[in-house]
Design a protein around this ligand. Sequence first.
Ligand SMILES: Nc1ncnc2c1ncn2[C@@H]1O[C@H](COP(=O)(O)OP(=O)(O)OP(=O)(O)O)[C@@H](O)[C@H]1O
Ligand SMILES: [Mg+2]
Length: 258
Amino acid sequence: MSAALLTAEGLTKVYGGGGSASNASTVCALDAVSLDIHEAETVALIGPNGAGKSTLLKSLVGLLPTSSGTVSALGERFSGEPSAAQRHAIRRQIGFVFQDHGLVGRMSALTNVVHGWLGQPGGWRAVHQSTAPAEARQRALAALADVRLTDKARARVDELSGGQAQRVAIARAVMRKPRLLIADEPAASLDPAAGHEVMRRFVDLANARGLTLVFTSHDMDHALSYADRIVALKAGKLAFDRKSTDVSPQTLRDLFHG
Ligand SMILES: Nc1ncnc2c1ncn2[C@@H]1O[C@H](COP(=O)(O)OP(=O)(O)OP(=O)(O)O)[C@@H](O)[C@H]1O
Ligand SMILES: [Mg+2]
């Protein structure tokens, strides 16, 4: 197996109370979680509400200071939080997709995807697709084609369906050629058909480009169908970590009801 892209060793996150779990007002959101995620894997993080999925996702890429344990993300190793230089090095290599897609509704799908180029040298020209460098436009059109939205490139995002808008957000996330895609409930607010379409396009795009994809989900169908591997959390602890083909319906029932 290839080298780990993300590693957590004894990762613990306590919210409130300055890091001490003994105070009644603190919440131990992650409790000594250890895992490795390898290049080109597709990993689903699952578990009941409040299990710590979003906290783990953010902690693994240095978006949240942790209380103890060590993280290694894309070659940068840190405890607590990354240095500014490490944070910059990590973020450069990640594409983010969130439940609330964060697109600009009154702008076209193409301009929104081109926005993923902002932050590159000369990136200010990406405020609109008409002024964007040719390379940015070409990449944006290729990414829109990958998520099957070529015909909507000129449509305003606020005239797209929720599923189409989320596919625009996925296209935007790959603009800077990330190695890693991080998605927190990318299909949560969509109907079943649109949810499957978004996940299918997301995973196909990640696989075609050899990208690592880590996503959280409440949809067990999505976790089982689209992830190679399922990492389950319960009350901040690792409940199981196994290939999705080895996860049974009973295992899932135990996770949510046991
Ligand atoms: N900013 C915060 N301040 C204090 N407590 C927090 C904060 N964010 C999360 N928590 C707590 O940490 C625990 C884990 O939350 P987290 O959001 O990681 O869970 P989750 O598995 O993503 O849940 P959901 O399925 O509802 O999205 C919960 O008990 C939550 O209340
Ligand atoms: Mg969450």
